[in-house]
Design a binder for this molecule. Structure first.
Ligand SMILES: C[S@@+](CC[C@H](N)C(=O)[O-])C[C@H]1O[C@@H](n2cnc3c(N)ncnc32)[C@H](O)[C@@H]1O
Ligand SMILES: [Zn+2]
Length: 263
């Protein structure tokens, strides 16, 4: 991993520090003796602060949310993505509202958080103990950081499949419009389950094939297709990953789900 930079070391409460884990091997992290990095207590893994965002330098994803995509994401969501999925904005807004309210007094993991455009409106009054937003793309996180400057948050550049949180620490995990970018979905679902306490809630939305023709057609002709959900098996995938009481609904190409982490 990279060396630490002399960037400012934002205050990380001892409580949050205790909840973080090395995403490579799950070991506790400590403040590094040099520079501004955190370091792993087991091996030579480290993280560094990039302008207040904790960066674990994850491997790049299959789809880049960098450059103009990050800068225009909020507009793209309204003008392109919602139409592409044939979903009403208020359906996604309700999902985010429900996740934030369900996490009241606890820790909300938002992964991938993107620019936090849909979660931000609820966060200021949310009464959360902590909000941890995880995303692969630094520019998306930087947009989220600007948007969330009034809220106590921890923004982390990391991979949904290797979350830097100790087991059982999140009360709610929100996964909005992210699973379709992940080749190994079972790994991501297990990572979300691991981060949740038993009884914790996982909520999310992602596109599936076979629900909306427009999405299916586009998917079939894309040079870099996503990894959409399979509507007929997704509930059992959640159960296999360690969830129970799975509820699914659909709108347009999206499956929306809610599931409880099993004991
Ligand atoms: C369509 S955006 C969704 C953002 C936000 N949840 C929302 O609903 O607006 C997808 C995000 O997933 C992130 N992403 C893709 N693969 C990822 C991975 N393996 N781990 C973490 N984030 C990932 C991208 O960087 C991007 O910001
Ligand atoms: Zn480590």
């Amino acid at each position: 991993m990279e060396n630490s930079s002399p960037a400012a070391f934002p205050a990380l409460s001892p409580e949050l520090m205790g909840l973080l884990r090395c995403p490579v091997d799950g070991a506790p992290l400590v403040h590094a003796s040099t520079g501004s990095a955190l370091s792993c207590t087991r091996a030579a893994h480290s993280a560094q602060w990039r302008g207040g965002i904790l960066d674990f330098s994850p491997a790049p994803g299959t789809h880049a949310f960098e450059g103009w995509v990050a800068w225009t994401y909020d507009l793209l969501l309204s003008r392109v993505l919602l139409r592409r999925f044939a979903v009403r904005r208020q359906v996604l807004e309700r999902l985010h509202e429900r996740a934030v309210k369900a996490a009241r007094g606890g820790l909300l993991l938002d992964g991938p958080c993107g620019t936090a455009v849909l979660s931000a409106p609820w966060l200021l009054e949310a009464g959360l103990r902590a909000y941890v937003g995880v995303d692969l793309a630094l520019p998306m996180l930087q947009r989220a950081q600007r948007r969330l400057r009034m809220c106590p948050t921890l923004l982390v550049r990391g991979d949904l499949c290797a979350l830097p949180l100790a087991e059982g620490t999140a009360d709610v995990a929100l996964c909005s419009l992210g699973l379709q970018f992940i080749r190994d979905r079972a790994m991501a679902l297990r990572a979300l389950r691991r981060a949740l306490r038993p009884g914790g809630l996982c909520l999310g939305a992602a596109p599936a094939l076979g629900l909306f023709d427009g999405y299916d057609r586009r998917h079939a002709t894309r040079p870099d297709p996503d990894f959409p959900l399979t509507a007929s098996t997704f509930a059992s995938e959640l159960v296999e990953a360690g969830f129970r009481d799975v509820t699914l609904s659909t709108e347009g190409a999206l499956i929306l789900w809610e599931a409880t982490a099993s004991s």
